[in-house]
Design a protein around this ligand. Structure first.
Ligand SMILES: C[N+](C)(C)CCCC[C@H](N)C(=O)O
Ligand SMILES: O=C(O)CCC(=O)C(=O)O
Length: 364
């Protein structure tokens, strides 16, 4: 290991020599056009050692045993360590967990008129910022058609194509073998628990509804998971560990994916995803019968918090307003309805949502 000292902070860190050689940022090692390394790990001698190390202000010069010469920015080295990653994530303040009263106090931050979105990149940035912070936004003044819904969404994100379509329009016509394509009640859930990669975002636009019921409700899974961890830490641990299979079966489609209901970042323990859909659960066979009671008790504790009135934000989606929400965080549901009701919407891939937020400098 190589002991390095930061010339300004005097902080000391021990660096693995191979890691340092592997993070040479010169043009011979790194393709500046593509940000890709130009070599295979096996091209570097496993026992590569620094023969000479020189500090020049914030610069570190290393002459290597494989005759390579590297120049490092010491801030790059010190900022590229695990401790710094954990420290940065623990201090990140761009998420606001909410229950109904909190989100209602912040509703003014959630609404974005389409004309402003179309004419201002700053408005797009503000929308993405609110989507990161609260997990839900609304695009208003959108003509209630699938085409205008698509135009509005594509102003911000590329759309995710699934067997439901890229843009989808649904009603109680049985176009797919799913309760969404009925008039029935749907309890709070996240979509696509049966996909290897659940949609990162979901958009819903009520195109028309002539009848009663059909109100939607939204719950912040981040707030719910924080509450579960605070009040029932054992249940939290079970739901972070136990693999729960989801499936979607219809003619020509047989999707299946298994993962925990709560996913956290293994390094920082921060929340990553709530994957909760009690309806789409497959046969549950990933733990022994002796552990089933503990699992179901844990799931019930989570569901009781989800169903707590104080967590649920109920509202009627009206034609002209698209709701766009984080499908890895915010649960959504629908009251049963009567009459004719047509919804249009789309999914956005998680990676495309996060990429946009990074490009806009909103997240790391
Ligand atoms: C949104 N759209 C109507 C296209 C599909 C609905 C999929 C419903 C499925 N049970 C799930 O939760 O993923
Ligand atoms: O019909 C709605 O408002 C929502 C349907 C739903 O929950 C879904 O498509 O996942």
């Amino acid at each position: 290991m190589l002991l390095l000292k930061h010339p300004k902070t005097s902080q000391l860190i021990e660096i693995n020599e191979f890691w340092l050689r592997d993070h040479c940022r010169c043009g011979e090692c790194l393709n500046f056009e593509t940000n890709q390394r130009r070599y295979d790990v096996l091209d570097l001698p496993a026992d590569v050692m620094p023969l000479d190390v020189k500090y020049e202000g914030l610069n570190l010069q290393v002459h290597w045993s494989d005759a390579h010469q590297s120049n490092y920015d010491l801030d790059f080295i010190f900022n590229s360590q695990l401790e710094r990653l954990i420290d940065r994530r623990s201090k990140s303040t761009n998420l606001t967990p909410w229950n109904r009263s909190i989100i209602l106090q912040n509703e003014r931050h959630l609404r974005f008129p389409l004309p402003q979105l179309v004419s201002s990149d700053n408005e797009v940035r503000s929308l993405v910022e609110s989507l990161v912070r609260y997990g839900i936004v609304f695009i208003d003044d959108v003509a209630p058609t699938a085409n205008m819904t698509e135009l509005a969404l594509r102003r911000v994100f590329p759309l995710m194509k699934t067997f439901f379509g890229e843009m989808w329009t649904f009603s109680d016509n049985p176009d797919h073998a799913d309760t969404a394509y009925t008039k029935l009640y749907l309890g709070s859930h996240t979509d696509n628990t049966y996909f290897c990669d659940a949609a990162g975002l979901q958009a819903l636009h009520c195109i028309e509804h002539s009848g009663s019921g059909g109100e939607n409700f939204f719950v912040d899974g981040l707030h719910v998971v924080h509450e579960l961890k605070r009040r029932y830490p054992a249940a939290y641990d079970v739901l972070c560990r136990v693999q729960v299979p989801g499936e979607y079966i219809e003619k020509g489609e047989q999707h299946y994916h298994t993962a925990p209901i709560i996913q956290v970042n293994p390094l920082t323990q921060e929340f990553v995803q709530l994957r909760l859909n009690v309806y789409d659960r497959a046969v549950f066979n990933t733990i022994p019968q002796a552990e089933m009671a503990e699992f179901y008790d844990s799931l019930r504790q989570l569901l009781l918090i989800v169903k707590d009135n104080q967590e649920q934000w109920a509202l009627k989606l009206l034609p002209g307003s698209i709701v766009l929400f984080d499908n890895w965080r915010v649960l959504h549901g629908r009251e049963a309805y009567t009459g004719s009701r047509t919804m249009s919407g789309s999914y956005v891939q998680r990676t495309d949502f996060l990429s946009k937020a990074r490009v806009l400098g909103i997240i790391d």
